[in-house]
Write a protein that binds this ligand. Sequence first.
Ligand SMILES: C[S@@+](CC[C@H](N)C(=O)[O-])C[C@H]1O[C@@H](n2cnc3c(N)ncnc32)[C@H](O)[C@@H]1O
Length: 213
Amino acid sequence: MAFDPVPPQIQNYLDQLVPPRLAEMQRMEAYAAETNFPIIGPASGYLCYQIARLIGARRVFELGSGYGYSTAWFAQAVQENGGGEVHHVVWSDELSQKARGHLQTLGYDSLVHYTVSEAVQALRAANGPFDLIFNDIDKKGYPASIPVIAEKLRPGGVLIIDNMLWHGRIFEPGDQSEDTAGVREVTRLLTTDPGWITTLAPIRDGVIVAYKK
Ligand SMILES: C[S@@+](CC[C@H](N)C(=O)[O-])C[C@H]1O[C@@H](n2cnc3c(N)ncnc32)[C@H](O)[C@@H]1O
């Protein structure tokens, strides 16, 4: 049975601690709420932005970008870090076009590179290294993405992965679906490999932050 891992009172409190967003970001948040589109939301978005600022990220690659909400947080960080590139990758042309509209309005269009493709394939074809890689693809694809990510991320770079509590499904032994198995397996891979320093932060649906040694 799926549930919200973070009680709504605490999640709302965490979201309210995030500084006010630009009107276009607020519109993107409202659209997600109206249509049930799974964006990372304000608290996780702000964490992504904070980490990108902390490491001075100039080259960011996103896998599974949707209509550009998480991209906007990374673009803000990269712009404030002095400029660079953020790769928006999704396999839907419609979402890619929608993202272009939002990111143009936000003034980030010159930083963002758009690719319509399966995201792991696009990363394999991209010129690394990247300072930060964000993974939000279908959960069954998480484990197979790790070797490609490890190759393209610079030492000292950070991998962020969303939905690592997977709405509580990981705690149900009877749930052996491909997506749930993917979340469990990628967690095991990153927390047992001495090449990574990994924390699962229980924000919204769980965010893994992994530092590549
Ligand atoms: C969870 S949503 C993205 C939300 C976005 N990261 C945000 O927070 O604004 C994931 C999107 O990536 C797409 N997607 C899933 N797996 C993918 C893959 N392997 N390659 C490319 N796109 C993928 C989905 O169809 C969906 O539109």
